[in-house]
Design a protein around this ligand. Structure first.
Ligand SMILES: Nc1ncnc2c1ncn2[C@@H]1O[C@H](COP(=O)(O)OP(=O)(O)OP(=O)(O)O)[C@@H](O)[C@H]1O
Length: 598
């Protein structure tokens, strides 16, 4: 037996605390603030405006301490990796979250269900090894044969093949909740391992169901009946989740299929006909498959919505409701539902209350916060100077040896045209680049991602289509050439770097056009211990002033402007001078004055 503390013990401790904290509330709320500084009690957006319960609020609590663990997990070591191996391991879960709910046979501490016997492991022999490590895997893990079996032997083996030594905080809490059969809304920072957090319980639950020889209806020969559905907003993210889920379910007998738009339907239909347990899909393509009666959701026991808020942003709500509410999907309570994202704006409340049953809300850190593994820089750059400024950055990177196959740069722009023209301009100027946006064919999009991932074109110019979920190793720098209007979009964009415990850099080009983002950007940066730049504060100030009236600034404000002790009037707007508490670029200030006067 392993002598180390098992992951199950950590999970069980957390579970015990959380169950106590939230047991009498309708929806238990679990907050983990292991990485965040002490703050006043945070109320998640979906729980605001509720009639307060007579029960005491669920206290935030710290996850199990680990001194050298920024995110609480150890991934493969690398030069810019701040985390080490060791500590807790994957071990058997316990059932402290079960209170009054269970999807038939899903939850429960079970032994021996990961064995490979039985008639459900169809096609396993033919399965292509997604790890490409046929030669050494068995040997590499033979010394760990005695590791406790929890999620199932085959799944545990795959976790080791992925080199996941211990669970991340979101995994440590979300997996036992899901294994216990509870619905879950989980919010954790970008790059913190949410994909595995929803995939592991699904795969493990399906393995168990297969072991119990669940029967699927034999209706139309061409209709397939997945047991789990994972919805995601973009095609590329669906492909990535599919790849991950395939790795996790290698040799478990669980079959994962992906269906997304822009790719030939026939090929996807053929894949489906070969059998599907977990269907990963984008909403549009799935509606098409449902209308053609090629997929039935009647047997779905697990529904996961990844980046649920983005799906709403993209206008997918009607399709999602059609899928979840107007087809043959089992009702909430008869299925297990999970919503995952790094951000959860208010709009998601309606969806959550309609889709989830007696759920637990799990927040790792503050909802919508960015990880402090990302160094954030904001630079004041006029619209007309952006290209030359980008060029300067790229030249500097090259000079510092940061450019090349091992360091990728992702540049976000606002429009598809803007992406094309910037890509072309970079190319002409000697920087191999490619682009991804909604006007490119699916083939071109996939090719662009491949070329970026491989380092052939180490610069990718992208619209928001690449902002969510994409997990590309070696993205060292995210440049917000055009900043988004919404702070949540910013959080997801910069989250393409600083993943899995590695550090990253994010640079934003900021100017007067971004005034509406200034306050939330400053707040976010301050929260993640970043230096809030004067330009951000100043633009914010001027934006307020331009709305009319006088703004009285106090020391506590982020903004600190001094005009050498004099009172300035700019048009009808008054600026009241306060103590200088931050360095201010006077040239910038002059620009600002021009701006306000103009
Ligand atoms: N327990 C673990 N140990 C080591 N690495 C892990 C662990 N869990 C996940 N990872 C790795 O961390 C990276 C980020 O995981 P993932 O893509 O699931 O993040 P995410 O939270 O979904 O991010 P986003 O919010 O951007 O979608 C992946 O490369 C994944 O393989």
């Amino acid at each position: 037996m392993s002598t180390r503390t098992s992951w199950a013990d950590l999970a069980a401790n957390s579970a015990a605390e959380n169950t106590t904290a939230g047991s009498s509330a309708n929806n238990a709320s679990v907050g983990t603030t292991s990485a965040a500084p002490a703050r006043s009690t945070y109320v998640p957006p979906h729980l605001r405006n509720r009639v307060p319960s007579s029960d005491p609020p669920a206290p935030a609590y710290s996850g199990p301490a680990s001194s050298n663990d920024r995110q609480g997990y150890g991934g493969p070591a690398s030069s810019n990796d701040r985390q080490g191996y060791g500590g807790s391991r994957w071990g058997p879960p316990r059932n402290d979250y079960r209170s009054g709910y269970g999807v038939g046979g899903v939850g429960g501490r079970t032994g021996g269900w990961g064995n490979r016997s039985g008639g459900w492991d169809r096609g396993r022999e033919r399965e292509v090894n997604p790890f490409g490590d046929d030669d050494d895997t068995e040997q590499a893990f033979s010394e760990q044969e005695n590791t406790e079996i929890d999620l199932g032997e085959a799944l545990n083996q795959n976790i080791r093949r992925c080199k996941y030594v211990k669970p991340t905080p979101v995994q440590r809490h979300a997996i036992p909740i899901s294994l216990a059969g509870r619905d879950l809304m989980a919010c954790a920072q970008t790059g913190s391992g949410k994909t595995a957090a929803f995939c592991f319980p699904i795969i493990s639950g399906i393995m168990k169901m297969q072991g119990q020889s669940a029967q699927r209806p034999l209706r139309g020969a061409r209709t397939v009946y997945p047991l789990a559905l994972i919805l995601s907003p973009t095609r590329e993210l669906s492909m990535q989740i599919h790849e991950e889920a395939r790795k996790f379910s290698y040799q478990t007998g669980v079959k994962v299929v992906v269906a997304y738009g822009g790719a030939p339907l026939n090929q996807q239909l053929r894949e489906l006909e070969r059998g599907v347990d977990i269907l990963v899909a984008t909403p549009g393509r799935l509606v098409d498959l449902l209308e053609r009666a090629r997929v039935s959701l009647q047997m779905v026991k697990y529904l996961a919505l990844d980046e649920a808020d983005r799906m709403l942003d993209m206008g997918f709500e009607p399709q999602i409701r059609k899928i979840v509410e107007q087809n043959d999907m089992p009702l909430p309570g008869a299925r297990q539902t999970m919503l995952f994202s790094a951000t959860f704006p208010k709009e998601i409340q309606r969806l959550a209350s309609d889709f989830l049953f007696n759920y637990i809300f799990l927040a790792v850190g503050r909802v919508g916060s960015s990880t402090d593994l990302i160094v954030q820089r904001v630079e004041f750059v006029h619209e007309s100077d952006k290209r030359s400024h980008l060029m300067d950055l790229l030249h500097a990177q090259r000079a510092n040896g940061v450019q090349g196959k091992q360091a990728l740069t992702l540049v976000f722009v606002e429009t598809k045209k803007g992406a094309d023209s910037l890509e072309h301009w970079l190319y002409v100027n000697g920087f191999p680049s490619t682009s991804i946006h909604g006007d490119r064919t699916q083939q071109e999009r996939e090719q662009a991602l491949r070329s970026f991932r491989s380092g052939n074109t180490p610069i990718l110019v992208a619209t928001d289509v690449a902002a969510r979920g994409l997990d590309i190793p070696h993205v060292a720098h995210v440049v917000n050439f055009d900043l988004p209007n919404d702070i949540d979009d910013y959080v997801h964009r910069i989250g393409r770097t600083g993943r899995a415990g590695k550090t990253g850099l994010a640079t934003a080009f900021f100017n007067e056009g971004n005034a509406s983002l200034a306050r939330s950007l400053a707040d976010l940066m301050q929260e993640s211990n970043q230096e809030v730049p004067a330009c951000c504060s100043l633009v914010m100030l001027f934006a307020l002033l331009m709305e009319g009236g006088t703004v009285v600034l106090e020391e506590a404000d982020l903004v600190a402007v001094t005009f050498e002790g004099t009172l300035h009037s700019v048009g009808a707007v008054q600026i009241i001078i306060v103590e200088q508490t931050a360095a201010v670029d006077m040239g910038l200030l002059a620009d600002m004055e021009d701006m306000v006067q103009g």
